[in-house]
Design a protein around this ligand. Sequence first.
Ligand code: C5P
Length: 232
Amino acid sequence: MGKDVIVACDFASAEQTFAFLDKFTGRKPFVKIGMELYYAEGPSIVRQIKARGHKIFLDLKLHDIPNTVKKAMAVLRNLDVDITNLHAAGTTAMMKGALEGLTREDGTRPLLIAVTQLTSTDQEAMERDILIKEPIDQVVMHYAETAKNAGLDGIVCSPLEAGKVHERCGQNFLTITPGVRFADGEVGDQKRVMTPAQAKAIGSDYIVVGRPITAAADPVAAYERCVAEFCD
Ligand code: C5P
């Protein structure tokens, strides 16, 4: 795996999701299912999208005591997703528990990715609310190294951080980067953005793209443009 465009299917229902996915008659996009859709439709949405031939990143960002996360991951492993994730803030013990739970009897498992500090958390909120005083970029790098040492496969990060994460954690440690916009497109609420071509140049392994594709007049053309810029 590697170098693919993941489409964030941030829809509220299966109906809307399938109306969107039905447009893709050629290459089937790698799909990200987040909390909104998963909590609305339950695990069957994962099975249905998988049955249509899509790869799946199940973005549920688990964070609980190690035993609970291990057991939850043991359930998720049966959904046969390709990538899933958790919060690195849950500590090494939680990440190791998650890996154990996720690993099937035959030794295979989905890729496990860590969320570091959410991009919605800034330095001020981090210091005030969770009493972390170090510079946020150092905190993100520390979480990346902790995730790598726990045995995880990569992290979610800004495309601007992907190069540095590879320097610190190795080229094989995966970077999955949202915050992607076309050069001539709307930025919306994303603050730090890159084009698919820039994300490729800086070494992102996967880009996660939502509204530039889901809200485009021609979603398939927008997806193909992302693939041409990022993968080819
Ligand atoms: O529509 P847009 O391209 O901004 O969607 C980006 C997707 O990536 C959304 O599903 C969003 O929740 C997710 N994401 C993000 N920034 C992060 C982590 C996840 O935008 N730091």
